[in-house]
Design a protein around this ligand. Structure first.
Ligand code: R5P
Length: 292
């Protein structure tokens, strides 16, 4: 009940102090609602403005893959070192402890496997289940230029509309089919299309002239790691991407297939959050391995 008596008399309205009016710290997202910005803040560190996402959603297309045969064994030890977990709801409910308290980028498309036309996807998770899982983002695969481009763009638009209803950002994941070039022209188009349709952030691949891709995309970009390469090369990839305008990495195979996945994840963090060079981070990786 509101008390009418005994209250301290309000006297300090700070009339000389102008209220804060500056924009949100991530590019292109100032105009969004509180819930979207709150979830983005959970995923992207406020100090560096960057994120290290751990991707282990590969099985939704590939089945058990090299390094992810037993997600309960492979992924669990890595969770505490990642900023965001990118996975399917099946992986989440079966292998990720609910007290991990990590932001989730929930893989929300389905409909194809490696055995068929990859671009023929549909939405595979209801917005209610994304809310139930407390997803911080919904990840939607986009196949620009592929046979079923239309389906994937429809999935993207629907996800964005549903996400906006509940304050959940959508991550547009630009897929590259077998015949598609991973060049700045193609990736620039794919990322820009995602952003124009309304994604709050986009995942793509690093390429030559990546700075043009990043600059032409009005919202944050994170890069995929791709196939396993030697650890130093993966760290160079992360370094180059951040230098050229990426706001983070969403790495899978180059983490969980590394000789020492936890040390690799820590080394990637040094590059992404603390400005280490690839060589410095690689030295750290080797030191961590030697100390085991
Ligand atoms: C992307 O579509 C995949 O599902 C993975 O999330 C992505 O490729 C990142 O993993 P990796 O670093 O292994 O390429």
């Amino acid at each position: 009940m509101a008390d009418a008596q005994g209250n301290k008399i309000a006297k300090n309205f700070y009339v000389d102090v102008k209220p804060e009016t500056k924009g949100f710290y991530l590019k292109g997202l100032t105009g969004y609602d509180w819930g979207v910005q709150d979830r983005m803040t959970r995923m992207f560190d406020k100090k560096s403005g960057h994120t290290v996402m751990l991707a282990f959603d590969h099985g939704y297309i590939m089945g058990p893959t090299a390094g992810l045969e037993r997600m309960d064994i492979t992924v669990k030890p890595l969770i505490e070192y990642a900023d965001v977990l990118m996975c399917t709801r099946g992986a989440l409910r079966s292998c990720v402890p609910s007290d991990s308290n990590k932001p989730i980028a929930l893989r929300c498309t389905t409909g194809a496997t490696l055995l068929n036309e990859l671009s023929y996807e549909c939405l595979g998770v209801d917005i209610e289940d994304a809310c139930r899982l407390n997803a911080s983002a919904m990840a939607i695969q986009v196949f620009a230029g592929a046979q079923y481009e239309h389906n994937s763009l429809d999935n993207l638009a629907q996800s964005i509309d549903r996400g906006l209803r509940y304050g959940i950002p959508t991550l547009g994941v630009t897929a590259v089919g077998k015949d598609m070039a991973r060049d700045a022209r193609y990736l620039g188009l794919a990322t820009r299309v995602c952003a124009e349709i309304g994604c709050q952030f986009v995942k793509t691949y690093y390429c030559e002239n990546f700075e043009e891709v990043a600059s032409g995309c009005p919202v944050p970009i994170v890069i995929a790691g791709g196939k396993k390469v030697p650890e130093l090369d993966a760290l160079k990839l992360a370094f180059n991407a951040i230098r050229d305008g990426a706001c983070g990495v969403d790495m899978g195979r180059n983490i969980f297939q590394a000789e020492c996945p936890i040390s690799m994840l820590k080394a990637v963090r040094e590059v992404v959050h603390n400005g280490a060079t690839a060589e410095q981070a690689y030295q750290m990786y080797q030191d961590l391995m030697a100390s085991k």
